[in-house]
Every structure is written in C-alpha cells, then in structure tokens.
Design a protein around this ligand. Structure first.
Ligand SMILES: N[C@@H](CCC(=O)N[C@@H](CS)C(=O)NCC(=O)O)C(=O)O
Length: 202
C-alpha cells in the first residue's frame, strides 16, 4: 500500500498518523501537488493529496475516507468513540479542525497567486473563518484534562493537533499561541507521541 502526498499537508499527515496508529503498513511517496504535478498526475489524474493506492491497484482520495477505511481494517481500539455523546463531540471537533485545515490551505493558495490577482476581501473572509474555527476549538480544549474526548487519544485529538501544527507553520501571525494556550498544550502533547514524531510536517 502506498500513501502519496507531502506531510506538510494536514490531510496527508492525519491519514499517515492514523494508518500508523492502526498498525497498517504503507510506503510513503512524498510528492508535491505543485512541484511534482506531472508525476502525481501520471499516478492519479485527480492530483489530490492524500491518495492511497492499494496493493491490488485501487486508489482512494480524501483523508476522511482513508481514515474510515483504516478504522475498518486496522488493529487495536477504534480512534472514534462509539458512545453517542462522545461520538457527537468527536465529530463536532473534527468538523471544526477540518474547517481550520481547509481555511489555512485556502490562505496558502491565495498567496500563490500573482500579487495583482489576489482578492483582499476574499482573504479577509477566509482569515475570519480561520479565526472562528480556532476560537471554537480553543473553547472546546480549555479546561480539559486528558485528551479532547475522554481519557484516550481519539481522531479528534489527532486532527486538531495536526491542524494546529499546520497553521502554526503557515500562519503563526494570524493564530497565536498566546490566544490559544489550550490548543498549543494539546498539540505539544500529541507531537510527543511516537506516531507524530515519526511523521513530522515537513
Ligand atoms: N478533503 C480533502 C482535502 C485534500 C486537499 O485539498 N489536499 C490538497 C493538499 S493540502 C490538495 O490535494 N491540493 C491540490 C488540489 O486541490 O488541486 C481531504 O481531506 O483529503
């Protein structure tokens, strides 16, 4: 099995960390959707990262689909709580964290445009959405002891920590540690886990 995409993508990184935690072996091909566009396209014409390629030749895109499948074939306890109240909380947090990832990525993409073609009003809208996602996540993380949903690591912790790390790499001036101490602490804790350390966002 091969996972294609760079670990500086939060979507690729959450998929890679999950595959690792679920004990699913994979080969990582660190191709950029920009710098390695042609090579990526020759493998998957969609040029979407992450792309998972099965030993039988099938391909799957989208980190949430890959994670869903990893849950069904992997070993060990599920990273998603089964109890409805805990599952609701995990899903709500995942929605916020994935929105944060999406908005951070949109800001990066806007920065790739020629300066004359950037849209300041669009950028300001996206920055506001990013700030709202992190404000909501900070509120959810404040005062939690243990992980975000109960005492064991869940997919919510993985995705929130990966989102935080990505935004800190890309827009640290917009989303500061000073205003998000609970998220910074959660992320620091997650980044100490062997699966996070083995898959740094570079
Ligand atoms: N919802 C998707 C988002 C994946 C995504 O947008 N990945 C970016 C890299 S960070 C990508 O493939 N960009 C190239 C493109 O959209 O053309 C997921 O969770 O996997």
């Amino acid at each position: 099995m091969k996972l294609i995409g760079m670990l500086d993508s939060p979507f690729v990184r959450r998929a890679a960390i999950t595959l690792t935690l679920k004990g699913i072996p994979f080969e990582h091909l660190s191709l950029s959707v920009f710098r390695n566009f042609s090579e990526f396209q020759s493998i998957n014409p969609l040029v979407k990262a992450p792309t998972l390629i099965g030993d039988e030749g099938w391909q799957m895109v989208d980190s949430s689909m890959i994670i869903d499948w990893a849950e069904s074939i992997g070993t060990g306890a599920s990273l998603m709580p089964g109890e409805p109240t805990a599952r609701l909380r995990a899903l709500r947090l995942l929605g916020l964290a994935l929105t944060a990832c999406e908005k951070s990525v949109q800001i990066v993409y806007e920065g790739k445009r020629d300066e004359n073609h950037r849209d300041p009003s669009w950028l300001s809208r996206v920055e506001g959405q990013l700030a709202s996602a992190y404000a909501a996540l900070e509120q959810e993380a404040t005062g939690r002891h243990g992980w975000l949903v109960g005492e064991t690591l869940t997919q919510a912790d993985i995705t929130v920590a990966v989102a935080w790390g990505f935004t800190q790499l890309m827009q640290p001036e917009l989303i500061t540690t000073a205003r998000h101490p609970a998220l910074a602490a959660l992320s620091a804790r997650a980044e100490q886990l062997p699966a996070f350390m083995a898959l740094p966002p570079t």
